[in-house]
Design a protein around this ligand. Structure first.
Ligand SMILES: Nc1ncnc2c1ncn2[C@@H]1O[C@H](COP(=O)(O)OP(=O)(O)OP(=O)(O)O)[C@@H](O)[C@H]1O
Ligand SMILES: [Mg+2]
Length: 423
């Protein structure tokens, strides 16, 4: 299996070394990395009817035991268990020609499945994600993904078709999303610019995915909402992927869950970073950041920019309250083809979402309502005379056209938050 690029972001790995998730945090990351032998410890998953994230905390079971436990649960029956040799065959040996992308988890390859592989399996393209066992994420995130996506089905969540757990290998098989990630469309240099209406459609789809998670009987906090985790169908319908960091929301009278801080720089809510207190409003903050990325075409965190412009929220905040100033930060790739009113409303929504105080952040159903209300607006800036065809400069004198975008290391180490509860 190919190894991940050493410059890639990473997340702390806890499952196989920390006895209680989010409570025991080793200062030295290397102590948290699982050894191969730890994967073979025969500790079973707990027995349960509805599997929850907390059930994962001590799961360092053998692959045989994990497969048995997973398939014993109702959701297990809706997932296919694949053999490594099968997944190798459908991706031409995980060939680089079939490479779809690479993240902190490992590489993702395209493959094809049909009923020759399993009777009744619909012939379709799939995306096969390989866990990089030497990497900095691991079995725990793999298991979280299987458990969450095995139980949650929704039009705006990517469908998990199956998994593979063989010895120390961990893989996931998803439906293939033909248009890849929103990140690629917004930031890859050669990508065709996304039209205003498409951006709105993507924002609404992703908002519906989050609203579904937050509105579940046992709310789920997604914790990793960002453009690379928003995948796009052929018609630009958005689906959320990557549930490795997802967490069950607070229960009973609890207002939040406390957990060590994991996620991606630039997207995480300040109160979560500062205190480890996680609520559904933390996801709303991240949603606001993605709205700003859609509006401006800038990354949430861009180390290639001058210091004052690196953090998108900090940089954009003063521009969001006035239409005149807002014009200066709208993605130049839109070429003036955006609704002036729509952009204003979206900016004001984004501002509420990224509010420093979580309370005034709107709930996701409200976000959906606001965004859906913008879909029919046709007051394009270019026809309203609000778009200059000559390059503009922003306050810092930086030419806003032809900017350089660069992917930066985005994940952070756990902060020294003292956890009070885990789930
Ligand atoms: N189901 C899928 N269909 C098509 N492409 C996919 C699919 N899943 C992932 N990809 C592609 O693979 C890339 C890597 O995905 P992955 O989730 O491993 O990492 P990431 O989201 O970029 O980073 P991180 O590990 O921080 O979440 C995605 O950006 C996307 O382009
Ligand atoms: Mg991802």
């Amino acid at each position: 299996m190919s190894k991940k690029d050493s410059s890639k972001p990473w997340r702390p790995f806890t499952t196989n070394c920390c006895t209680v998730e989010d409570q025991t945090v080793f200062g030295n990351f290397s102590r948290c990395r699982p050894t191969r032998s730890q994967f073979s410890k025969n500790i079973a998953l707990p027995s349960f009817r509805r599997l929850s994230f907390s059930d994962l905390s001590s799961s360092t079971a053998s692959s045989t035991k994990i497969n048995e436990d997973l398939s014993a649960h109702t959701f297990g029956s809706s997932l296919h268990v694949f053999q490594l040799s099968e997944l190798r065959a459908i991706t031409q040996g995980f060939s680089s020609n079939f490479l779809l992308g690479q993240g902190g988890f490992g590489t993702v390859h395209k493959g094809y499945i049909d009923e020759n592989l399993r009777p009744g399996l619909k012939a379709q393209a799939v995306a096969v994600k390989l866990l990089d066992i030497e990497g900095l994420q691991g079995h725990r995130e793999w298991l979280a993904e299987v458990i969450f996506l095995g139980q949650l089905r929704h039009a705006h969540l990517v469908k998990l078709i199956g998994y593979c757990c063989e010895d120390e290998e961990r893989l996931l098989v998803y439906e293939f999303m033909p248009r890849g990630s929103l990140e690629n469309h917004l930031f890859k240099r050669l990508s065709v610019p996304l039209a205003w209406g498409t951006r709105l459609k993507i924002a609404i789809g992703a908002a519906k995915g989050l609203a579904f998670l937050h509105g579940a009987e046992q709310p789920v906090i997604y914790r990793d909402f960002k453009t690379s985790n928003i995948l796009l169908d052929s018609d630009f319908s958005a689906k959320l992927s990557d549930f490795g960091l997802a967490k069950m929301g607070p229960e009973g009278s609890d207002t939040h869950v406390t957990t060590r801080v994991m996620g991606t720089y630039g997207y995480a809510a300040p109160e979560y970073v500062n205190t480890g207190h996680l609520t559904t409003k933390s996801d709303v903050y991240s949603f606001g950041v993605v709205l700003l990325e859609l509006l401006t075409g800038r990354r949430s965190m861009d180390k290639t920019k001058p210091k004052s412009e690196q953090n998108l929220v900090d940089w954009a905040r003063p521009y969001l309250t006035s239409s005149r100033r807002l014009r200066c930060i709208i993605d130049p790739k839109l070429g003036g083809q955006y609704s002036v009113k729509g952009a204003r409303e979206m900016a004001s929504l984004a501002l509420q979402c990224v509010s420093l105080n979580p309370k005034p952040r709107p709930r996701m159903p409200v976000v959906i309502d606001v965004l859906e209300g913008l879909q029919n607006l046709r007051d394009m800036a270019i026809t309203c005379g609000q778009w200059s065809t000559t390059p503009k400069t922003n306050r810092s004198g930086v030419n806003v056209k032809g900017r350089r975008e660069g992917r930066t290391g985005t994940h952070w180490k756990p902060s020294p938050v003292a956890p009070t509860r885990h789930s």
